[in-house]
Design a protein around this ligand. Structure first.
Ligand SMILES: C[S@@+](CC[C@H](N)C(=O)[O-])C[C@H]1O[C@@H](n2cnc3c(N)ncnc32)[C@H](O)[C@@H]1O
Length: 308
């Protein structure tokens, strides 16, 4: 199933696209946004698309087959945006999009460990190899984190990145479980989390749902953020994106949780009226209609700024 691009019309309008411009999609995914951007910038426009996940990049290339002459595809972490644009002689640009997080096929794909629904290896990397912010190869998987971090370190990431209320109890239960056998599968982690929830809530239900949310949601989010250093790469890409824009060029950022949105909001505040102006003061969220058709747009927030 192809990922449905979120806030699509709002992104197109926000980026103020014109025929013939150069645009960058830092998070190609299934290329839904990229395809719409290409349609608007016409046959003389050019798009450079980045994705760290080789399988996403393959899907994007397939979906943009008709635009092959106008597109450049780069498999890399967007934290290297400046270098990527220089290498491809692609500056200055007039529009940049960051649609953070993960696409539907990535969650559904077997074997990556993103979903708590199946039983898969605890991996959670974008690709089989990712580079850290210093360009060193970082091959830490979710299993490495769960088996090697101390209880205090686990508690910290579950608390900070997952805002998980039972972070301490879950961290202790993980340390306890790995004394017997290292954690290898998502199913093992899910069972530990569920057991903590059952104990804390005195529940006998197999899955003690919390307001329609699976109890493992926050821990999986925290692990993904830690494995891929998602907050750190976001902090580093924002100044690079603004630097690459020509005057009047626009940057649109879609975030999916408050930790990301806070980073974007605070960074824009620090450079507001110095190198950018805000196009929308409050983040744009999905309309009722979009929410009905695509529930994953529920937590999306879009912020757009213009280079001055
Ligand atoms: C939400 S999806 C993008 C969906 C896309 N806009 C569409 O319309 O199909 C985010 C994509 O960004 C990629 N990604 C996330 N973090 C990345 C990073 N730091 N560097 C490069 N790609 C990243 C993921 O692999 C994923 O394919």
């Amino acid at each position: 199933m192809r990922h449905i691009p979120v806030l699509l019309n709002e992104v197109l309008e926000g980026l103020n696209l014109k025929p013939g411009i150069k645009a960058v999609d830092c998070t190609l995914g299934d290329a839904g946004h990229a395809e719409a951007i290409l349609n608007q910038i016409g046959t003389t426009g050019k798009l450079l698309g980045i994705d760290a996940d080789p399988e996403s990049l393959l899907r994007a290339k397939r979906n943009l087959y008709n635009f092959a002459d106008q597109s450049i595809f780069v498999r890399d972490n967007f934290v290297h945006l400046k270098q990527i644009l220089e290498k491809n002689n692609f500056t200055p640009v007039q529009a940049i999009l960051l649609d953070l997080g993960w696409s539907t096929p990535q969650f559904k794909e077997r074997g990556r460990g993103f979903s708590f629904e199946g039983d898969e290896p605890l991996d959670m990397r974008y690709g089989d190899e990712i580079r850290n912010t210093k360009s060193e190869i970082r091959n830490t998987t979710a299993a490495n984190i769960l088996n090697e971090y101390t209880a205090a370190e686990l508690n910290k990431i579950f608390h900070q990145y997952g805002e998980e209320k039972f972070s301490q109890e879950i961290a202790s239960a993980i340390v306890e479980a790995r004394r017997i056998k290292p954690l290898e599968r998502t199913g093992e982690l899910v069972e530990i989390i569920l057991q903590v929830y059952r104990n804390k809530l005195h529940s006998t239900k197999e899955i003690p749902w919390i307001g329609g949310i699976h109890p493992a949601t926050k821990i999986f989010q925290a692990l993904r953020i830690e494995v891929n250093q998602e907050l750190e790469v976001l902090k580093q890409v924002l100044p690079q994106a603004l630097e690459a824009l020509s005057v009047g060029g626009r940057l649109a950022v879609i975030t999916f949780h408050s930790l990301e949105d806070r980073i974007v909001k605070q960074y824009f505040q620090t450079v507001q009226n110095k190198i950018i102006k805000l196009i929308n003061k409050k983040p744009i969220i999905a309309s009722e209609e979009e929410l009905k058709n695509n529930p994953s747009s529920r937590s999306a927030k879009l912020r757009v700024v213009e280079r001055i």
